[in-house]
Structures are given as C-alpha cells and as structure tokens.
Design a protein around this ligand. Structure first.
Ligand code: GDP
Ligand code: MG
Length: 163
C-alpha cells in the first residue's frame, strides 16, 4: 500500500528543496496533471525502496489580499486532508519562530500523523534549532539537510512504518 506525505511549514524552510530531492525529474510529468493547483504541487517520491505521493505546499510566498495566517491555515488544512502523514518542516538555523508555533498548533489539532523535521541541519549552525524543535510538542525532530541530502535515511526509517 502506498501513502501520501504532505510537506508543510512556513516559507523558506526548504520544503520545495526537499520535495525536489524526493521527486527529482519525475516532477515534469506531474506538473501537467489536471487538478494540480498552483498552491499544492504533487509528485511521485522515491526514498530507498519506498514509493509514495508527496505534496509540496506553496503559495505562501506571494503577496495577496489574504493574510499569511489565513492562507497558512487554509493550505495546511487542505494538505492535511489529502495526506496520510504530514512532514512539518522548520529551519534549524533560525530555530522555532512564532509562525512555526501557529503551524504546530494547527497540526496538533488535526489528527493526521505528523512528523517533525528541522531542515538546514548540516554543520553545527543547526544544533540549537534542532533542540528548540522539541518545544513544539510534536515529538522528536528529524535532523535534515534537504540541500545536501543529509538525514534521508532517518526520514526513510520514520516513513517505513506508515507504508
Ligand atoms: P520553501 O519556501 O519552504 O519551499 O523553501 P525552499 O525550498 O524554496 O528553500 C528556501 C531556501 O533555503 C533556498 O535558498 C534553499 O536553497 C535553502 N535551503 C533549502 N534546504 C536547505 C538546507 O538543507 N540547508 C541550507 N543551508 N539551505 C537550504
Ligand atoms: Mg516552496
């Protein structure tokens, strides 16, 4: 059985970088799919022996009339509905921000399975942010570097029980 993973989190934490790493060149195919909105990109991910659907939540970066918080809530709730599991990403270099805390609250209220990741964790600059992530109440954070491909084995281990 396959599953759907939604990558959620505030702008600039590295969601799309992780999406691209998981999906690679197969994205070109899904871009043309009907029903794929600009705000949610869907692709077929490969990680180790796992194959699953991954959703990248975007659309928070653009300036519109709708508030960032309103869009965050709407997009995150939609992604949660579509997904079997959410990967909530924070920036390990920045640490936990007030916006991250709003996301965490939305995700804690939804009953979907949530995994927490602290991205940009390569090197030592992410160490304190990784520790801060525990305060979100979403369990043990995975230390990832989407850009450098670090932590992918840990992500795989966390996803295997869900497959
Ligand atoms: P999104 O807005 O959450 O989709 O974030 P992006 O994937 O667009 O990445 C935002 C910025 O963070 C870009 O400049 C990326 O190159 C950078 N970035 C993403 N992943 C990493 C990482 O693992 N380490 C570092 N140092 N930078 C990263
Ligand atoms: Mg993005």
């Amino acid at each position: 059985m396959s599953f759907t993973l939604a990558i959620v989190g505030r702008p600039n934490v590295g969601k799309s970088t992780l999406f691209n790493r998981l999906v690679g060149k197969r994205l070109a195919l899904v871009d043309d799919q009907p029903g794929v909105t600009r705000d949610l990109r869907e692709g077929e991910a490969r990680l180790g022996d796992l194959r699953f659907t991954v959703i990248d939540t975007a659309g928070l970066e653009e300036a519109t009339d709708e508030s960032l918080q309103g869009r965050m809530r709407r997009l995150t709730e939609r992604a949660v509905e579509m997904a079997d599991v959410c990967l909530f990403v924070i920036d390990a270099r920045t640490g936990v921000t007030p916006t991250d805390e709003v996301f965490a609250e939305i995700l804690r209220k939804k009953s979907a399975h949530v995994l927490l990741a602290a991205n940009k964790a390569e090197g030592r600059a992410g160490e304190s942010g990784l520790l801060e992530a525990y305060s979100l109440g979403l369990g043990e954070p995975l230390a990832l570097s989407a850009e450098h491909g670090e932590g992918m084995a840990d992500l795989l281990q966390a996803l295997i029980p869900l497959a």
